[in-house]
Write a protein that binds this ligand. Sequence first.
Ligand SMILES: O=C(O)CCC(=O)C(=O)O
Ligand SMILES: [Fe+2]
Length: 361
Amino acid sequence: MEEALMGMDRIEHFYDLKSSDMAQGLVAGQQLGSRMPAPDCMALADYMYKRSEFGRAAEWYRLALSVLKKPQNRIEFQFNAPKREELENMFVKSRLQEGSVDNLSDYLKELSEDPETSLVPLRPRKSSTVIEQGCRGKFPPGPQLVCRYNSTSTPFVRIAPLKEEEISRDPLIWLYHDVIYDSEIAQLTNLTLEEMTLGITDNYTTPDRVSRLFHFKVTDDDGGKLDKTLVNRMADISGLDVGNTTSLARINYGLGGYFQEHSDYMDIKLHPELIEEGDRLMTFLFYITDVPVGGATVFPAAKLSIQPKKGSALFWYNLHNNGDPNPLTRHAVCPTIVGSRWVLVKSMLNYEQMFKKPCYK
Ligand SMILES: O=C(O)CCC(=O)C(=O)O
Ligand SMILES: [Fe+2]
C-alpha cells in the first residue's frame, strides 16, 4: 500500500497532474477506465499530510469529500467510506498548517467550492526540474537526423539489416527497432518477485528515507540460454565485444516506478579500481514492453526523451573517444503511469574493446 501511494504521489508531482483529473482517471492526456473512490483519495491525502505536503493533501481531502457525496456503486466503498467530518477536519488542518488562523473562514469556504478549481497555493511552488519537463513531453523536437537500414556495420546485419534511427550525435545515441522477437520476450518476462531484488537508488521522498523504485535481477552471461542469445545479439548489432565482465540486468518498473538521474559511467578518476578494465563505454537497453503512459528514458542535459517500444533497443556511448565521461549521457527514467515496464540492460567496458574499437576511434 505504502509503495502504491508513493507511486501515485510521484506520478502526480512528476507530471504536474491536477488532482481532480487524476481522481477521474485522466492522466497525461489519457482517459483511463478507472476512477478513484473516496478511501483511495483519503489514503493519498493522509500520505501527503504525513510528508508535510499540506497544499496537495488539502486538495485530496476535498476531492475525497466530493467523491463521497456522489452515489457509491461498489458495496466495499460504502463500508470503507471515510467520515465526512474527519475529511473536513483534515482539510482545514492541512490549510492551517500552511496558512493562518485569521483566514479560517476562507478555508471553510474553500471546502464547499468545486474541487475542479485548484486551491490557492499558500506556499510558493517549487519550479520544475529539467527531468520533470522531459517527462511531461516539454523538450523541444530533436535534431532531424536519419533513419536507415543498416546492412554494413557487422556481418550479421548483412543478412538481417537493422532498422536504425539516429537519436543524437552528441552524445552518440541510436534506437534500433524490432531487434528482439516477441517469442523471446514471452520467455523473458516470467520472473517472479521472489527472484528479484528491490532497486534502491532514490532519496526523493525524504532525505533520510530511501524509497524503492523498481525490481531487478542480474544474470551473468552464463545465465540462461536466452540471456546468452540476447547478449550475442547486442554484439552483432554493435559490432563490439560485449564480454562477460558486466552483467545483464532485467529491470521492472511498476506503478510510479522510476530511476533518478544518474550516469552509467563511474569516472575512472574517482574509481582507480577501473584501471584494469576501463569505464563503461556504452550501454545497451532493450525495451521489452510497451509503456502506454509514462516511463520514458530521458537525457536531461541533451534534452532527449525516448518512449519505450516493445522490441526496440537504445544504444549509446557514455564516454568520449579519449575515454573521458560524457556528462550529456546522464539519464533518468520517468515514473511509469500505466503498464508494467520491463527492460534489459547491459554496459560494455572500455578496454574490452581494444581490438574492436582501437585507438578510441
Ligand atoms: O530503464 C531505463 O530506461 C534505463 C535504465 C538505466 O538507466 C540503468 O539501468 O542504468
Ligand atoms: Fe542507466
